[in-house]
Design a protein around this ligand. Structure first.
Ligand SMILES: Nc1ncnc2c1ncn2[C@@H]1O[C@H](COP(=O)(O)OP(=O)(O)OP(=O)(O)O)[C@@H](O)[C@H]1O
Length: 373
């Protein structure tokens, strides 16, 4: 049965270990991808295991759409195998004695006859060339693709992905991310995606639940929640940034670029070919990748130039840098410049200027050795 589009996974759960207590009350929309984000040890994996039904002695209630999974007061507990969930672990956990096709067929045989078919899943994850390989001869990225395929073929009502990229190096991560991105829309299986990597959450999650010390610190639309998180909180040590939404306008295939509309102005980013024109995407720009100019610059390599107004200026009391917040449309864009530049440009609140973003700030693809010669 397809889920109602407004169906939710409703959680009010508590789980205690000797040195840690999880206490989470939140509703997760059963639609698109919900990111579970937080520092190491904040309880993300524990919550995912509670959702899956892998944890015993959980107090409270859990309801998946109209099905009660847990009501501890009434002694009700639906075991994991009856929850129709698909769980992908950090390590792929494939059946080592079977080849890739065998792993996939195993899940396919146990499915309930609805949802994506074998050929469709193999095509979506480019698994055709791997079908006859023994799983011990797969790379980490290939193993995760097979694990995802196997999970999809079990036709879950809910996918639970526990840091599926954590064990991979950054090149392999970039290889898998587009697949994860396309699965979001292709199969329409609601997904909870655990990660402590902000870039993965930005790229994949429609909404996010932030955990801190076992509790929900924030929850809501990805851009709004991440943009409001204080630097240094929840392990967000990647520096000051702005997280905002923009709309896909068109793909420029020959230049491998996608043009977005950002507050009515064009923004060019490396190709987001899995996204359709009209779709909203979430972007994260590090403050250190934003430059400022008093006039619209000419003869400059930077293509992304936005007119805005200085909203706030904060100087380090004991350092070289200042943080300038520039209002561009509805977005407060943060730029990290030197105090030296601040003085030279005589920047003050209310002043009109131009914010410049390097396209490379959005790049995830690395250079190959021969290209960089
Ligand atoms: N089986 C267990 N027994 C006792 N303590 C546990 C158990 N599992 C997890 N914990 C503790 O619960 C806390 C939360 O762990 P959890 O793995 O859920 O965090 P996390 O946010 O997923 O972290 P990471 O990003 O590092 O995977 C940690 O302090 C951990 O030591």
């Amino acid at each position: 049965m397809p889920l109602e589009s407004n169906a939710v996974l409703s959680l009010d759960v508590r789980k205690s270990y000797a040195d840690f207590a999880l206490s989470v009350r939140t509703d997760i929309a059963l639609d698109g991808v919900t990111g579970l984000f937080g520092a190491s040890g904040s309880g993300k994996s524990t919550l995912l295991r509670v959702i899956a039904g892998f944890e015993k002695d959980v107090a409270g209630t859990a309801r998946m759409a109209d099905k009660v999974w847990l009501n501890s007061a009434a002694g009700e507990f639906v075991p994991a195998y009856q929850r129709q969930i698909g769980y992908v672990f950090q390590d792929a956990r494939l059946f080592e004695h079977l080849d890739v096709a065998g792993n996939l067929h195993f899940a396919d045989r146990r499915n309930r006859g609805v949802g994506p078919g074998f050929a469709e899943v193999v095509a979506a994850l480019d698994l055709e060339p791997l079908l006859n390989r023994t799983v011990t001869r797969l790379s980490g990225g290939e193993r995760q693709r097979v694990a995802l395929g196997r999970t999809l073929l079990s036709r879950p009502a809910l996918m639970l992905l526990d840091e599926p990229l954590a064990a991979l190096d950054s090149a392999r991560k970039q290889e898998i991310l587009p697949y994860l991105e396309s699965l979001r829309t292709r199969f329409g299986i609601p997904t909870v995606y655990v990660s402590h990597a902000v870039d993965e959450i930005v790229r994949l999650a429609d909404r996010v639940v932030v955990l801190q010390d076992g509790k929900v610190a924030a929850a809501g639309e990805t851009a709004a929640v991440l943009d409001a998180l204080p630097v240094g909180s929840v392990g967000l040590d990647a520096g000051i940034a702005t997280v905002f939404e923009a709309q896909v306008v068109r793909h420029i295939a020959e230049l491998h670029l996608t043009e977005l509309a950002f507050c009515g102005q064009p923004l060019f980013v490396p190709s987001l070919s899995t996204r359709q024109p009209g779709e909203q995407v979430v972007l994260r720009v590090r403050a250190s990748d934003v430059a400022l100019a008093l006039g619209r610059p000419t003869g400059l390599s930077m293509r992304n130039v936005f007119k805005g107004t200085v909203q706030r200026v904060a100087e380090q009391s004991n350092g070289a840098f200042a943080l300038v917040t520039v209002q561009v449309g509805t977005v407060s864009l943060r730029a990290e410049v030197t105090r030296h530049a601040l003085q030279a440009m005589q920047l003050v609140v209310g002043m009109e200027l131009f914010a410049l973003l390097k396209t490379a700030t959005f790049a995830s693809r690395r250079w190959s050795a021969d290209e960089s010669l």
